[in-house]
Design a protein around this ligand. Structure first.
Ligand SMILES: CC(C)(COP(=O)(O)OP(=O)(O)OC[C@H]1O[C@@H](n2cnc3c(N)ncnc32)[C@H](O)[C@@H]1OP(=O)(O)O)[C@@H](O)C(=O)NCCC(=O)NCCS
Length: 159
């Protein structure tokens, strides 16, 4: 397990976000990131990053929290491939949960590719349950699974 420093992201972190996106299948569009993190952005979107606790503090992963109606929406969660499977995704989700509670959301929703077993496994472990499937949601025709969890997120005990 790796314990990162978790903090809000700013426009200074955009190059690191783009570096992580470039390696991932789940990239968050650059123009959206630039707009969300611009100084005069009026969006209600929160970017949280996991940083290595070294002098250079490179970004190891990030999560994006937005809103859909009265619920929180997890819009992205990506961990640098080299640092995956060290508990960083789980710790980012705990930070997203804290933020979502602060914003008075009661539930958190997300969409994930049906084939993304790593992410679905993490979300299930963090108490998300599949609600529905949206057929052909992604541009390649893949289905999206819509998952939702009551806040605060709670880690399920594994058998
Ligand atoms: C999904 C993702 C964010 C997980 O991040 P991570 O830091 O590797 O996750 P964690 O180390 O916190 O894993 C927590 C648990 O999730 C599950 N999990 C994570 N990666 C897994 C994998 N590759 N295969 C199976 N289970 C996995 C496991 O239950 C794991 O617990 P364990 O390691 O004790 O068995 C990461 O794989 C990723 O960035 N993927 C590419 C982007 C993506 O698909 N994002 C989600 C949809 S937008």
């Amino acid at each position: 397990m790796y314990v990162p420093d978790i903090d809000f992201l700013t426009s200074d972190d955009i190059p690191d976000i783009l570096r992580i996106n470039a390696e991932s299948q789940c990239s968050w569009p650059e123009e959206v990131i630039r707009s969300d993190l611009s100084d005069n952005s009026s969006s209600e979107i929160t970017y949280l990053g996991a940083f290595a606790s070294t002098a250079e503090a490179p970004l190891l992963g990030y999560a994006v929290l937005g809103r859909e109606k009265r619920e929180g929406l997890l819009m992205a969660l990506i961990v640098d491939r080299i640092y995956q499977r060290r508990g960083i995704g789980r710790q980012l989700l705990v930070a997203v949960s804290d933020c979502a509670m602060y914003l008075k959301f009661r539930r958190l929703k997300l969409k994930v590719r049906k084939s993304n077993s790593a992410a679905i496994s993490l979300y299930s472990q963090m108490s998300f349950v599949g609600e529905t499937v949206r057929r052909g949601y992604y541009s390649n025709g893949e289905d999206a699974v819509i998952m939702s969890a009551k806040l605060p997120l709670k880690e399920r005990a594994l058998n």
